[in-house]
Design a protein around this ligand. Structure first.
Ligand SMILES: [Zn+2]
Ligand SMILES: [Zn+2]
Length: 224
């Protein structure tokens, strides 16, 4: 087998899906237990196996050798069960060291998430810096490693970095007005009927209390 046939980093045209898929669920945060719910089938995504790179040739070449590869996945890729990206591209540098392979990259991608306030689509463009040692041979406690198959799987690393790069609040736009707490209307589309209500019951109670205080004061002043 030639060395070139072992390199699978380039996106393969056969995976190009018919249309760009979207998903509707909340995006999972590193600290959140929920996963987003996909609304398309698995076969409409580019499979994450395109992120499994055979680096056996680089391991064999020994420390000091390196490779630079362009990663260009132009449409929706399912990086993990709970994470789907709109596209993924960037330059990936791989350096063979005595410990394994050091991967360095800045990947551009976009996450299709829901707005935290109004639940509308909130695409999140992200630039993900990556610098990680894939240990070879595997050592106990190493988070990322390469076994004797020579396969380096970038998917778990990319998932981790995307979750770390997510903003604290995902908003469709910075000034999103969110949903009305009473009727659920999207307030970005205009005010809802609730604004026209005569008076909030809580304010009515406050007003009654204030009126009572006022009358007591007046009463006390009269006494003096
Ligand atoms: Zn919004
Ligand atoms: Zn309302």
């Amino acid at each position: 087998m030639s060395i070139d046939s072992l390199v699978h980093i380039f996106y393969n045209a056969q995976y190009r899906p018919v249309f760009t898929a979207r998903f509707s669920g909340k995006v999972r945060r590193a600290q959140r237990p929920e996963s987003p719910k996909a609304i398309v089938n698995d076969n409409q995504y580019i499979p994450k196996k395109v992120l499994r790179l055979n680096v056996g040739y680089l391991l064999a070449e020994g420390p000091g050798r390196n490779r630079v590869n362009e990663l260009d996945i132009p449409s929706t890729i399912r990086v993990a069960e709970d994470l789907t990206l709109d596209f993924l591209r960037g330059t990936v540098a791989m350096s063979r060291t005595s410990r394994g392979i050091l991967v360095q990259a800045t990947l551009e991608t976009r996450l299709l998430a829901e707005c935290d306030r109004c639940l509308a689509d909130a695409p999140v463009p992200l630039a993900i810096p990556i610098e990680e040692m894939y240990v070879y041979p595997p050592e106990p406690g190493a988070e990322f490693s390469i076994d004797d198959s020579g396969i380096m799987d970038l998917a778990p690393l990319i998932r981790e970095e995307v979750l770390l790069a997510l903003p604290k609040h995902l908003l469709c736009e910075p000034e999103c007005k969110g949903l009305c707490k009473e009727c659920g209307a999207n307030l970005n589309d205009g005010p809802c009927e609730c604004d026209a209500e005569p008076i909030d019951p809580r304010f009515a109670a406050l007003k009654a209390f204030r009126d009572q205080l006022n009358s007591q004061e007046t009463h006390a002043q009269r006494k003096n």
